[in-house]
Design a binder for this molecule. Structure first.
Ligand code: ADP
Ligand code: MG
Length: 280
């Protein structure tokens, strides 16, 4: 079963795109249960087009805008190869107009979901890089996903931001996609030795622990280990169109994202075992 994961946070600059790129690269470097490398599709839903730029991929062809707006365009028409085992559906600046253009369509919420349905079998993972807003593009991502991963920074009021985000997600996804779960938080640009960071992590952990028994989409949410340390190489790599594994495979950022991929992959196994047990 394909894991379809949206990387979501309504705040910009928190590490969504950096995490999408490097998590995709790290997941594609791991083998699946049948001993083959994972196949990953990444989709850019942010009109800023950073995802394609970060991979150094040509972003001039058909984009996710065409996919959403033009009935005759299929996912296959928009897919480009970003790396071995990583395919990409790129964005374009015109996508900014999609929010208002989509508003008049009756199936405006699940266009993306319908368009990617025929290609799910080709991938183990689909990662969707969301724009920093909760408009119709993000709603399309939520409707198409099974899971959310929330990249965030341990700032003052971080917990308030996250709980507000989750409540909005619950309200938006409720009718559209009751299966949607918040899988985990990725702490980005993390400075673990500061008192603030420790306090924020404790607050978050307390919030999740208190939600375990309730029927909310974040009841199984984890704070992924490891956090992603602040690492200047991660900020440099995009200007070369490279993932951190192309650019500086031995740096702290590469190590953190490689381990994060293992943690993200491991969540899947637990969920699968639970599903199997439920059906036994
Ligand atoms: P978003 O997609 O949420 O807007 P980005 O992934 O683009 O956020 O990250 C915002 C900025 O922070 C970018 O310049 C990026 O290179 C930088 N950045 C992200 N993660 C790290 C990190 N762990 N260490 C240093 N810089 C980072
Ligand atoms: Mg981004």
């Amino acid at each position: 079963m394909t894991r379809i994961i949206s990387l979501l946070n309504q705040k910009g600059g928190v590490g969504k795109t950096t995490t999408t790129v490097n998590l995709a690269a790290a997941i594609a470097a791991e083998k699946n249960d049948s001993g083959k490398f994972n196949k990953v599709l990444v989709i850019d839903l942010d009109p800023q087009t950073h995802l394609g730029l970060h991979f150094g991929t040509d972003t001039t062809g058909a984009s996710v805008y065409d996919l959403l707006m033009d009935e005759s365009v299929t996912a296959k028409d928009t897919i480009v190869k970003a790396r071995k085992n990583i395919d990409l559906i790129t964005s374009e600046v015109d996508l900014a107009a999609a929010e208002s253009e989509l508003a008049s369509k009756t199936d405006r919420h699940d266009l993306l979901s319908k368009k990617i349905a025929p290609i799910l079998d080709s991938y183990e993972y689909i990662l969707i890089d969301c724009p920093p807003s909760l408009g119709l593009l993000t709603i399309n991502a939520l409707a198409a996903s099974k899971e959310l991963i929330v990249p965030m920074q341990t700032h003052f009021l971080a917990l308030q931001g996250v709980s507000r985000l989750f409540e909005t997600v619950q309200a938006l996804a409720g009718g559209l996609n009751p299966q949607l779960e918040v899988t985990g938080i990725v702490l980005c640009m993390h400075e673990k030795n500061t008192k603030l960071a420790r306090e924020v992590v404790d607050d978050l952990q307390g919030f999740f622990d208190s939600s375990r028994e309730s029927n909310v989409p974040w009841k199984n949410c984890v704070i992924f280990d490891p956090p992603i340390r602040r690492c200047v190489k991660l900020a440099e790599a995009p200007s070369f169109g490279q993932t951190i594994f192309d650019y500086e495979p031995d740096c702290a950022g590469a190590k953190d994202y490689a381990k994060l991929a293992e943690s993200v992959i491991a969540v899947h196994r637990v969920v699968d075992v639970e599903v199997v047990n439920e059906h036994a």
